[in-house]
Ligand binder design. Structure first.
Ligand code: NAD
Length: 498
């Protein structure tokens, strides 16, 4: 069986760790690889390689860095299908969905091909007699990224292209559940001609995460994953003097106004609720129709669609939804459906007991739809991360907005309406980081930035786009005067324009 390797200092190296974890194919339930849970010494070696590479990389002209990213972009485009197949085999999402993930990640590489422009500082002439002032964005040093299972290519690409283009060197700690995509990317880095040690991959679990968070040579950490771990990473990383951005979990609501086109809203909810088996941090997991009439029409439109959804392995070109990532996660999702029934929600479509011929050991759960969900129920309060959509009926628009604003998470949200006033007010008043107006999954394009509010993000910066440039650089401001402008004699008062 294949053993996944690390990528350290430009080389693919095996781990000597006695600890390993199995990687599974979620469609069949069969083990497909052995993952080393690397040692602290292996993380130290990666940090040392990245530290060694940093000074020369930081001095490399941005245009030269951009040229390497142009090459990497081409290689990623040429290898998209290969990366997508690896994702689909370990994550379970459909091939088309995996291709979409890679393409959205590569858009961040496209973005950083313009790094010379993005790193331009500001200049002010004549801020005082003979004095000029300019600011400069300088890299931080060795930075690290810790990523979740649900986007094994895209989420790392939210981080390393920006970090490396800014002049930092990078260590990626991918999810244990689907590690192979990161090693293909590592291979392409080498092929593109990046210097050794600029991009490193170390596989592992909490032990490696803790080693990153406490390593004195790691200057910044980007994390994406569940909220409890995001909070832990933020607190531990900042306590150790690091800059940290830690993106967490979500519960994304979509309001359906009475004037919305119900068929279009239902189509949008199918993709946003059940695409990738609901394992997206931007999945819509709560639909909030306004008024009972809208709710009845929505349930009528949704129930047959959910029942008709084509579920299959990622290799089936007709599949619209694949399995969940692991057996444990499948059990957790099934437990939530049981809890919803016990708590009194109406289970309109029951995905429990779904079996696929030939894939009886796969981690499949059928699409499930709840109506009459109440705010005190666990299926409403907690992130399920599965193909389970809750319909929570709101009597009016104001009630729906209060509901969303009261939720602990604030990652994404959407409104479906033809009413411009409602849409504008929604965008203005909702306490959520990413908002869609008739757009169900408003993941920002690479030249804007991605980030939730409340307990969906810990830290001061959203990820990629302009916020990413700020996160991975520190500003230096230089004030300049030449001898001719300097007056003789010491001045002890604080310098002013006078
Ligand atoms: P997770 O928190 O279990 O794991 C994320 C990373 O943290 C992994 O690399 C893992 O190895 C590491 N980790 C796990 N337990 C740890 C511990 N106790 N100490 C230190 N490190 C630990 O998340 P997941 O299950 O892989 O991913 C799903 C979660 O990620 C969902 O909550 C989802 O909403 C969230 N997510 C958020 C965003 C976002 O942008 N806000 C994007 C994608 C996923």
């Amino acid at each position: 069986m294949q053993t996944v390797q690390n990528g350290i200092g430009g080389e693919v190296v095996g781990s000597t760790s006695p600890r390993t974890a199995p990687v599974f194919n979620p469609a069949t339930g069969e083990q497909s690889a052995i993952l080393p849970l690397s040692t602290k010494a292996e993380l130290d070696a990666a940090v040392a390689a990245a530290k060694l590479a940093f000074p020369e990389w930081a001095e490399t002209p941005p245009l030269k860095r951009a040229k390497l990213f142009f090459r990497l972009k081409q290689l990623l485009d040429d290898n998209t299908d290969r990366i997508a197949r690896a994702i689909s085999a370990e994550h379970g999402k459909t091939f088309a969905d995996a291709v979409g993930e890679v393409q959205r990640g590569v858009e961040v590489v496209d973005f950083v091909c313009g790094i010379p422009h993005l790193l331009k500082g500001e200049f002010s002439r004549h801020v005082g007699p003979g004095i000029d002032c300019h600011s400069d964005h300088q890299p931080l040093g060795v930075v690290a990224g810790i990523t979740p299972f649900n986007f094994p290519a895209m989420v790392p690409m939210w981080m390393f292209p920006v970090a490396i283009a800014c002049g930092n060197t990078f260590i990626l700690k991918p999810s244990e559940k689907d590690p192979s995509a990161s090693m293909i990317i590592h291979e392409l880095f080498k092929e593109a001609g990046f210097p050794k040690g600029v991009f490193n991959v170390v596989h592992g679990d909490k032990e490696i995460v803790d080693a990153i968070l406490t390593h004195p040579d790691v200057k910044a950490v980007s994390f994406v994953g569940s909220t409890p771990i995001a909070e832990y990473v933020y607190k531990t990383g900042t306590a150790n003097g690091k800059r940290v951005q830690a993106l967490g979990g979500a519960k994304n609501h979509m309001i359906i106004m009475p004037d919305a086109d119900i068929d279009k809203a239902a189509d949008a909810l199918m993709g946003a609720g059940y695409g990738s088996a609901g394992e997206r941090c931007m999945a819509v997991s709560v639909a909030v129709p306004i008024g009972d009439e809208t709710a009845n029409r929505l349930i009528e439109a949704m129930a047959p669609r959910v029942r008709a959804m084509k579920i299959g392995p990622g290799t089936d070109p007709d599949a619209e939804m694949g399995p969940l990532v692991t057996k444990e996660h499948m059990k957790k999702v099934l437990g939530y459906i049981d809890a919803g029934v016990k708590e009194g929600a109406e289970l309109v479509v029951d995905g429990r007991g779904f079996k696929l011929q030939g894939y009886e050991n796969g981690y499949f759960v059928g699409g499930s739809l709840f109506d009459h969900v109440k705010p005190n129920m666990s299926i409403y309060k907690e992130e399920i991360f599965g193909p389970v959509l809750s319909v929570l009926r709101a009597p009016n628009y104001d009630h729906a907005v209060k509901l969303i604003n009261a939720h602990e998470f604030g990652n994404g949200t959407a409104i479906f309406t033809r009413d411009g006033d409602a849409a504008r007010s929604f965008a203005d008043k909702i306490e959520v980081g990413m908002v869609g107006i008739n757009v169900p999954i408003p993941v920002p394009v690479a030249y804007h930035s991605f980030g939730g509010w409340k307990r969906s993000l810990f830290g001061d910066h959203a990820i990629y786009g302009p916020e990413g440039i700020h996160f991975y650089t520190r500003v230096k401001t230089i004030t300049t005067r030449w001898p001719e402008g300097i007056k003789s004699g010491a001045a002890f008062a604080f310098p002013t324009m006078n």
